[in-house]
Design a protein around this ligand. Structure first.
Ligand code: NAP
Length: 246
């Protein structure tokens, strides 16, 4: 049985990826900080899910968590956080927090599995970055910088594993229907003084797709990238945004 590690598995996109990979017969190690949510997921998933509490921004915690695992075939760097502020109001604390979770987290987890994958000449690494990892936008300096770093890391790993049985790719969605987007919607409503529900309409109006993306649509892209069919896909970015905004 192949072993897949999914970080940020306790809710949202990571939960959907975990359920999808487990239903395809992978053993999934589900990592996040919320033990209760991970244990509920392990009970509910249609497949083998092993919950492990781990803060991906903590070097010791990541090294300890991965040292306790056997060979890892698939790593999905999904854990992430978002914040919003104009650059001149972005605090160093916000900046550091975004980089720690969204960039250092994928670095630590990737480093923890890469040597073993290279030795076995087999492995798949996928990072859930964002369209904010490919271009800028208003009020997302810390988030966009951290996601650009995450995409940059994937491109470097892809270059280093080129020609081996290991691949490294990124998935970059626009707004997905999760708690993270709920927070964005709430912030828009607060800023605009709009009624409940108006924030989602404003977001969706910016998306050419005309609707939010569902977590399962991101999971489907991950399922492809970790499949044998994607053995020749390395260093790529799959953008899930319906073809762009406005
Ligand atoms: P979410 O609903 O807020 O879930 C975030 C997940 O990350 C949770 O499981 C959380 O679990 C985990 N997490 C956060 N900090 C962590 C840490 N330090 N260590 C370990 N786990 C941590 O967000 P989501 O929308 O599913 O986002 C998942 C990924 O997709 C993120 O990387 C996000 O940036 C990216 N993304 C999201 C969107 C969107 O519109 N939602 C768009 C593009 C990209 P615990 O709190 O239990 O630790």
């Amino acid at each position: 049985m192949t072993v897949a590690v999914v970080t940020g598995a306790s809710r949202g996109i990571g939960r959907a990826i975990t359920q999808d990979l487990a239903s395809r017969g992978h053993q999934v190690v589900a990592m996040a900080r919320n033990r209760t949510a991970l244990e509920a997921l392990a009970r509910e998933a249609a497949g083998d899910v092993v919950p492990i509490v781990c803060d991906v921004s903590d070097e010791n915690a990541v090294n300890e968590a991965f040292a306790g695992l056997g060979d890892v075939d698939i790593l999905v760097n999904n854990a992430g956080a978002a914040t919003s502020n104009p650059v001149h109001r972005t605090t160093l604390t916000q900046w550091d927090e975004m980089l720690r979770v969204n960039a250092t987290g994928p670095f630590l987890c990737t480093r923890a599995v890469l040597r073993g994958m290279r030795q076995r000449d087999h492995g798949r690494i996928v990072t859930i970055a964002s369209v904010a990892g490919l271009s800028g936008g208003r009020y997302i300096a810390a988030y966009a910088a951290s996601k650009h770093a995450a995409v940059g890391l994937i491109r470097v790993v892809a270059a280093e594993v080129r020609g081996s049985g290991v691949t490294a790719n990124a998935v970059c969605p626009s707004y997905v229907r999760t708690a993270m987007t709920d927070n964005t919607v709430a912030a828009i409503e607060e800023r605009s003084g709009g009624a409940a529900g108006s924030g989602e309409a404003i977001l969706v109006a910016q998306m050419g797709l005309g609707r939010l993306i569902e977590p399962e649509e991101v999971a489907a892209a991950v399922a492809y990238l970790v499949s044998p069919a994607a053995a020749a896909v390395n260093g790529e970015v799959i953008v899930i945004d319906g073809g762009g905004g406005e």
